[in-house]
Design a protein around this ligand. Structure first.
Ligand code: ZN
Length: 284
């Protein structure tokens, strides 16, 4: 199943995208895509409800805005430097264990919303990433059990302000949590739709030119490893997002580096998870 949310900012409703691409409104099911939904077998209950009611669900027009395909989660945990070539372009060593950082959940926006270059920013950069959505509370889970705690997968652009991230004192989070820096979607593909999350093609284009093109088969730490690893340090709650890192080809890695400016258009996608597109705007 492909879970979507649609409508105006702050007033999104739950829906699904059918196999034929048609989007339907499932608000009559009575639940939004929240922590309680994911943690309470919502995906299975929604599938059972749809088997009886799908024909009665209103169609959502293709022009309707897509919102993030879940309500604001308790946290976004990101894995840094999870592809060897990206670690090299960042001038950093290949990590011996997963590098973690947090991204503010207030950065979440819809997949095709504008990205705003923050106040004072000169080094706003892109990062196509596979994100994991947690389905069942995960605390001290093993790698063997890890996928039992996953609800599905979603496309994420982990926008990053490199000066805020790297040139300021302290942790990376200053350059990761700016408003609009986490476009999520178009949809969450439930895990039954993704046969191997550790072998998906992913790409990103800047103004029509491909700058990132890789596969999650190049992960240093795969999906099972990162879910298990993070759960040793914090409890992952249903709906929490883990973003698994970006491959080679970010602006920081160009010589000279290439950063976003107003008017740029960023498009990205992952095999089986659709694509998204953000127009770059200046802060006002
Ligand atoms: Zn990232």
């Amino acid at each position: 199943m492909k879970l979507i949310r649609f409508g105006n900012v702050g007033a999104e409703k739950p829906g699904i995208e059918k196999a034929n691409g048609e989007r339907i409104d499932v608000s009559a099911f009575g639940e939004d895509y929240t922590e309680a939904f994911f943690g309470g077998d919502g995906i299975e209950r929604l599938a059972a409800w749809l088997a009886k009611h799908e024909g009665e669900c209103p169609v959502v027009s293709a022009e309707t805005r897509l919102g993030p395909p879940l309500t604001r989660p308790s946290k976004i945990v990101c894995v840094g430097l999870n592809y060897a070539q990206h670690a090299a372009e960042s001038g950093m060593a290949i990590p011996k264990e997963p590098v973690l950082f947090f991204k503010a959940t207030s950065a979440i926006v819809g997949p095709n919303d504008d990205v705003i270059i923050p106040k004072g920013s000169e080094k706003t950069d892109w990062e196509v990433e596979l994100a994991i959505v947690i389905g069942k509370k995960a605390s001290y889970v093993s790698e063997e059990e890890a996928l039992n705690h996953v609800a599905g997968y979603v496309l994420h652009n982990d926008y990053s302000e490199r000066a805020f991230q790297i040139e300021k004192e302290g942790q990376w989070c200053k350059g990761k949590g700016c408003d609009t820096f986490a476009p999520i979607g178009p949809f969450i593909a439930t895990k039954d739709e993704v046969s191997d999350p550790n072998n998906l093609e992913l790409w990103l284009k800047l103004n029509g030119e491909t700058v990132q093109h890789s596969s999650t088969s190049d992960f240093i730490f795969n999906v099972q490893e990162v879910v298990s690893y993070i759960s040793q340090y914090m409890t992952l709650l249903p709906g929490d997002i883990i973003s698994t890192g970006t491959p080679f080809g970010v602006g920081l890695g160009f010589n000279p580096p290439k950063y976003l400016k107003p008017g740029d258009v960023v498009e990205l996608g992952i095999e089986g998870l659709g694509s998204s597109k953000q127009a770059v705007k200046a802060y006002q």
